[in-house]
Structure formats: structure tokens, C-alpha cells
Design a protein around this ligand. Sequence first.
Ligand SMILES: [Fe+2]
Length: 148
Amino acid sequence: MQHHLEESKVHIERLNQLINSIDGQPYQGKLGLPLPKYPQTMIEKMNNSMTKQEWELKKSEEDLISESAESVCYLMLIQKAQMAGGVFQNAIEPLSLNMKDEENMAEWIKTNTPLMLDKLWPQIEEAIASSPLESSPASSSQSLSQSR
Ligand SMILES: [Fe+2]
């Protein structure tokens, strides 16, 4: 996370320089990135049933989506800069450096997901086994139908 934070500062600095170099005004706010939006009833179910470890996995999933979305945005910008030519050619290098970092971060998450699952899965199973939610309607009806 510390590494990602440092990297993001470098990205912002590169983008600020780039925007300033073409007499633009860098936007200081935060852009939202696309993440899945769940219906209210689903969110409530998730809040009531998901373990801390499952949320950790969900967060990692969202991180992967964000990193991938960032790299797509850079890819499109790079292609537009190539097309526009002229002064926009100067944008290609800094945008490519940023894109590479985003791709590497997405790769890192993908590569480490099996390790994360290995670590969290037994904890999730343990948490579910020892939770009163085990007798939730879904699982109890399932076990009822299995016992019949
Ligand atoms: Fe990123």
C-alpha cells in the first residue's frame, strides 16, 4: 500500500507537469472509478453475512478493478495522443510510464490472489462454522432439503 501511495504521487506529479506543459489546469479533486454497484437488498445481505476476510477479498477485487480501469484510461489517452500528434506526442512517455505501473499493480494483485485465498479461505470457513449465521434461512433450508 505504501508503495502504491508513493507511486500514485509520482503519477499525479507526471500528470500535473504534462497538463501544465500544455497550459492546462490540473483538476485537484478526485475522480471516481467504476466499481460494481450492488442493489440495496444485496448490500444488506452482504453486510449481514460476509466475514471480515471476505470483505478483504472483496476489497482486493475492487483494487484489481480500479488498477485495470486506470490502465485502460491511460491506454486510451496514449492512443488519442498518438492520433493527435504535435505537442500531444510529449504526453505519450509519461502516460506510458503511469500505465505500466498500473498494469504492474494489477498483475501483482492477480499473482498474489491465490496466496491471499490460501491464507483467508480457512479463516472464512472457520468464521462461518462458528457463526450463528450458519442457521440463516439459506443454509438451514439447504440442510433441511438435504436431510429429507
Ligand atoms: Fe493505481
